[in-house]
Structure formats: structure tokens, C-alpha cells
Design a binder for this molecule. Sequence first.
Ligand SMILES: [Cu+2]
Length: 144
Amino acid sequence: MAGMAYNYFTINGKAYPDTPEWTVKRGEVVRVRIANVSNLIHPMHLHGHDFAVLAKDGEPLKNPQPMNTVNVAPGETYDIAFVANNPGAWVFHCHELHHTMNGSSQPGGLIQIIRYEGGPPPAQPSTLPRPAPPSGGGGHGRGH
Ligand SMILES: [Cu+2]
């Protein structure tokens, strides 16, 4: 339908805060497959870690590139991996602000909490995406 805007976005069929947390152990390698089955681009961003893109569309890459955001276009699949070496609770989320909302309420949508096993359980991860400040700043502090 022309002009139709999507207001709900999901990871494994759930929108935050219904997305179950991923629990990781310090030192392990965490591998994630991202498959964008929507018709919008999702710049997926991981806090607290760099990841390596190991494969695109199922094809292994010869030179995995360390990064912390990958633009996932409609229909694309990326296999990424990171070393769990920064204990805490972190978010992996789409950097398109509207995609981290459920309708008009925030936070929601494409937010995935990654929590280290045995770590202190913060009531709210301190790294949830927030609207950018009105002028400059970029909205990103240390650790992003
Ligand atoms: Cu998105």
C-alpha cells in the first residue's frame, strides 16, 4: 500500500522488551546470524564490543572486518561474531531510531539485550538507544 509505514519491528519474532535476553559467558565467541526479511535497511549496532563479519549471504568472507555496525539491506544475511570480553549488559540494536520503538513508545522493536552470565543484574541496561540531542553531540558516549 502506498505510504504505508511500519511501526513494529522484531528480532526472532519478538519486539523489545519481549525479546528474551541473550546470556553469554566471558571468554566465549558469540556468533549471530542476521537475516533481514523486511524491506527496510537496518544498521545493526553492537555496544561494548567490536564484531567481525564472517560471512555475507552465507558466503564466507576472506578478510573478516572488525566493526561495530553493519548495514543490513533487505534480503541480506550476515554472520557476525564477537569475543565476549567486556562483562556487563549491552544492547545490540538497530540504529534507526524509529525501528527501536513499538508504535510511538520507546524503547521497543529491534533491541536485543546481551547479558554476561554471573554479572550484576542492572534493572535497566544503561546503554539503551536514546533520541539524539537536539544539537550536535551525536548521542553516543563512551563504550558505544
Ligand atoms: Cu532498522
